[in-house]
Write a protein that binds this ligand. Structure first.
Ligand code: CO
Length: 140
């Protein structure tokens, strides 16, 4: 079902400092900050040859990651995102097998303009999983 690892998301307390660290210390290519008010985050993308790292910082009043940062003041890994070819089919399969889909249980449009859902971390070894639909993904 799951295909490529699309990205790993890391919440950071200082976006500029984190971007500089990835650029100068780790020698990675980083983008300018991208504000995503609908998601309540500002993102910097770290572009790696085989995947991306998304550095996330809260944006606005009630950002979903504000609490995460309070509980993890120095930041930390927030979620991993896997690509699926057909997100509705994937949700059906997962629910049938007992997994919990967060929120409405239906896909919403995520940070990249593609349908996404999040799966309950307690069903996946303590890891928050995002599924993102990429219709060019092979298989289901
Ligand atoms: Co994500």
């Amino acid at each position: 079902m799951i295909g490529r690892l699309n990205h790993v998301a890391i919440v950071v307390p200082d976006l500029a400092a984190a971007a500089q660290m990835y650029k100068n210390m780790l020698g990675a290519s980083v983008t300018q900050p991208v504000p995503l008010p609908d998601q309540g985050v500002t993102t910097v993308f770290v572009e790696l040859p085989n995947t991306k790292i998304e550095l996330l910082h809260p944006l606005g009043e009630d950002s979903a990651i504000e609490k995460f940062l309070r509980n993890n003041p120095s930041g930390g890994m927030h979620h991993v995102c896997y690509e699926v070819a057909d997100i509705d089919w994937a949700i059906d399969q997962l629910v049938t097998k007992g997994a919990r889909v967060l929120g409405s249980g239906k896909p919403s449009i995520g940070a990249h303009g593609l349908p996404v859902v999040f799966l309950h971390p307690k069903d996946f070894c303590g890891t928050l999983i995002e599924l993102e639909e990429h219709q060019n993904q092979t298989g289901h």
